[in-house]
Every structure is written in C-alpha cells, then in structure tokens.
Design a protein around this ligand. Structure first.
Ligand SMILES: Cc1cc2nc3c(=O)[nH]c(=O)nc-3n(C[C@H](O)[C@H](O)[C@H](O)COP(=O)(O)O)c2cc1C
Length: 413
C-alpha cells in the first residue's frame, strides 16, 4: 500500500481493493462504487456472482476498471487458483450489494463461487453493504448471519431506511457509494487516525440545553449530543486535548476527553467563557436555547383551570459572542478557529451563510433537522467564506472527521 501524507481524517492508504458484487437490484450502484473508489486513488478488481451478472453486465466493470471482472472460479486466465491469487493481491474487500444469500454463504464459510472462495482466503479489512427487501433484512436468519459476520470482523456499511425496489419503504436500502467508500477507508486505516491535532486544544459543545420552568419541568430540544460527542471523540483520537461542554445527554464520556457538565444556556456560556482562552478551535455543536422562561418557579407549578402563559427572555448568543470576542481581541484575527452549526427546516444554506457572516465565524455546518437529530448518520453542508460543500449522508464520526479536516486546514492558515 502507498501512503498519502495529506491532511485527511485517516492516514489514508491508496489500496488494492476487491469489489464483490452480489445479485440484487442495487448491483447497478456497485458500478458507482467502483468509480468512486477509483476517484479516491484505489485500484479495483471486481468479482461478480452468477446472479449479479443478471443485473449488470460484466462489461460495465471492464470499462470502469480496465479489466474484466472475475466471474468464474475456474477462470483460465489465472495460472493458479483465482481466489487465492485475488486474496493475496488485495488490501481490502468490499461486498456491495451484499445479498441475504451472500451473507448466509459467507457467514457459514461456503465457498462455491469466486467471490465466496475469495472471502474465505482473505483476512484483511472487509466491508459488507447489505441491500435487500426489508422482510429479508428483518428475518432472524439474516440477523444471525450478520451477527456471525460481525463477530468474524466484517464491518457493515448500511443498510439504510428508504424506498426499496419493491415500491415499499423500509430498512434494506444499500448505503450510498460514498458512504461505503468511507467505511472501507476507515477499515483500511483500521481506525488509525492521523495525529494532525496533536498539541492543539479543541473546545466542543454538545447536547441540547434545558431551560427550567420549575423544579421538575424544562423546555428543551431534540438534540441528543451525538454529533458533538463524535466531534470530541474524533478530535481526541487525532491527538487534540479536548474539553467537551455538554448539556444533559445519555452518552458516555469519549476516551481522553475532559467533560464539563452544564444544563442551561447560561451555564453553557459560563463554561465556554471559562475554557475559551488558549483554545485553538471552538466547535459549537450544542443546540442552545434562544430563550428561557423569565422566571423559574420555586415550587412545582400546579394545574389551573385556565391556560398557562410563560414569558420568555433572550438567552445570550454564545456563538455570536465568541465571534465578537475573537474580532475584538488584541490578537485580532489570530484567535481560535470558530465553527458553528445551523439546524433549519427550510432555506438551510442561506441561513447558514447569514450565520457565518453575522456571527463572524469560520465555518458553519448546516444540517436539516430531520437528518440530524438523534440519528447515527448526518447529511450536512459545510459553508465557509469560499463556498459550500454538500457531503453525502455519513456516519457522524465521518462527518466529524470532515469538519475536523477543515479545522486542521484553517489552523494552518
Ligand atoms: C428481481 C430480483 C431482485 C432481487 N433483489 C435482491 C436484493 O436486493 N437483495 C437480495 O438479497 N436478494 C435479491 N434477490 C434474490 C437474489 O438474486 C438471490 O437470492 C440470488 O441467489 C443471490 O445470489 P448471490 O448472493 O450469489 O448474488 C433478487 C432476485 C430477483 C429475481
């Protein structure tokens, strides 16, 4: 393997990759995956099952890789055993689409075609991208096979929920090619992060603040803190000293991260202000309430016959204050990199750009409320002074890495 010594979320390898294509409707997307892997600098060989060839013609992959896919265990163009040679050649192997049948065969060590025989010979990083009807995915036999594969060290990319070939909607749709390529690269690097944040102090906020109405009730929001925790975890893995100012969440403290627990927006502001000096980057992923009840009742509010009216007052805008603090500091312009988040239900990018300019920050991560809250994945657009980059739907750890790649680049300015 050849190393890329570029700023990236992993010490990336340009690798030799086998793409195993199974016989499902999503086989056409394997062509896009092969192209995506090629675009990322990897060398690809394709192995197809017999059923896969009913969905896509092998010549499609010949055109994309410059080499005919292996479709036959008895391929005469290989002097020795084709599966042994393929396994010896590859650095990584991805199966997309991974049919229910392929996963069953792989889980049980069956080796009755070129792909499953190669899988048995190969002990490097393996990623399966399942794709099937939701009832196939939900079947206990598939669940058992998935568990067996996972215990054998196979990583899964997807499936995701969405429209299926049958016209129904449900869990079983293949993950997007970019997501699968990301999962393979993560597997290839074995989670080994670049230490490009070593010596840096990164301050991250996470979770949704709670604004108390009385001793037992609060006004809150749908943030679960997963995005902020992913940022803290990845920044620490990349060598940073990390302070995580966290509103209440159900999440465990990521390894090596110093967590400061807060509840309300005012407490969050105090904690951020106390930690901001000396920070190299501040990433405000928390969902901070814009308003709080003007009064917190000392005792639990009692039901009355009529409506309850609550007067709300503005909370400080922590991100805008950080922007102003940095601009006004004697080291003007030299303060920490500032990253904000924008969650909107409409006009997302325009709102993010407005926030970027008004609050004088370096980068705004724009996400739609439904794509963001409480999910393991997120689909974001990175908005900075130079333009916008729309990322595909990615695991939150991968989104965190893409944001941190930007932070690293900004720190090198
Ligand atoms: C039109 C059609 C679509 C299919 N789509 C899928 C699919 O998306 N996922 C799946 O697991 N099986 C699907 N199957 C069933 C597989 O093709 C079948 O189980 C086959 O034996 C898989 O072979 P393989 O795992 O060797 O590729 C489909 C079958 C047909 C006829």
């Amino acid at each position: 393997m050849h190393r890329w010594s570029i700023a990236a979320c992993y010490t990336l390898e340009v690798a030799k990759v086998i793409v195993g294509v199974g016989g499902g409707i999503a086989a056409y997307k394997a062509a896009l995956l092969v192209r995506e892997l090629g675009r990322r600098g990897h060398t690809v060989k394709v192995v197809m099952t017999r059923a896969a060839q009913r969905f896509v013609g092998p010549v499609t992959f010949t055109g994309l890789t410059g080499e005919a896919p292996v479709v036959d265990l008895w391929d005469p163009s290989y002097a020795g055993e084709v599966h042994v040679e393929l396994a010896a050649w590859a650095d990584g192997l991805v199966v997309a689409p991974a049919t229910a049948n392929l996963m069953a065969r792989a889980a049980h060590g069956i080796a009755d075609d070129a792909l499953t025989a190669t899988l048995l010979c190969f002990d490097g990083p393996r990623v399966f991208a399942p794709a099937m009807h939701h009832r196939m995915w939900d079947h206990p036999a598939t669940a058992r096979n998935v568990a067996t594969l996972a215990a054998d060290g196979v990583r899964l990319a997807g499936p995701v929920s969405g429209p299926l070939a049958s016209g129904e909607s449900g869990m079983g749709r293949m993950a997007e090619p970019e997501t699968i390529a990301e999962a393979l690269e993560a597997a290839l690097s074995d989670g080994r992060p670049a230490d490009d944040l070593a010596g840096r102090h990164v301050l991250v906020s996470a979770g949704g603040t709670r604004e108390a109405l009385d001793p037992v009730r609060f006004l809150g929001n749908r943030s679960t803190g997963r995005m902020g925790y992913a940022l803290a975890e990845r920044a620490a893995a990349r060598g940073a000293r990390v302070t995580l100012v966290s509103a209440p969440t159900a999440l465990a403290i990521p390894p090596g991260v110093d967590r400061v627990d807060v509840t309300s927006a005012l407490e969050m502001k105090a904690a951020i202000d106390a930690a901001r000096d000396g920070a190299d980057a501040i990433v405000m992923a928390a969902a901070v309430a814009d308003y709080r009840p003007s009064e917190r009742a000392d005792d639990k509010l009692k039901k009355t016959g009529g409506p309850l009216t609550v007067t709300m007052v503005r909370n400080p805008d922590i991100l805008a204050e950080l922007g102003a603090w940095r601009a006004d500091s004697p080291r003007s312009g030299a303060g920490p990199v500032l990253v904000g988040f924008a969650v909107e239900t409409r006009d997302l990018v325009a709102a993010a750009r407005g926030k970027l300019e008004r609050k004088r920050v370096d980068l705004v991560v724009a996400n739609e409320a439904d794509a963001a809250f409480g999910r393991a994945t997120n689909r974001v657009t990175l908005v900075d002074a130079t333009g916008e980059e729309a990322l595909p739907e990615l695991d939150k750890a991968r989104v965190a890495d893409r944001i941190l790649d930007r932070v690293v680049a900004l720190l090198r300015r």
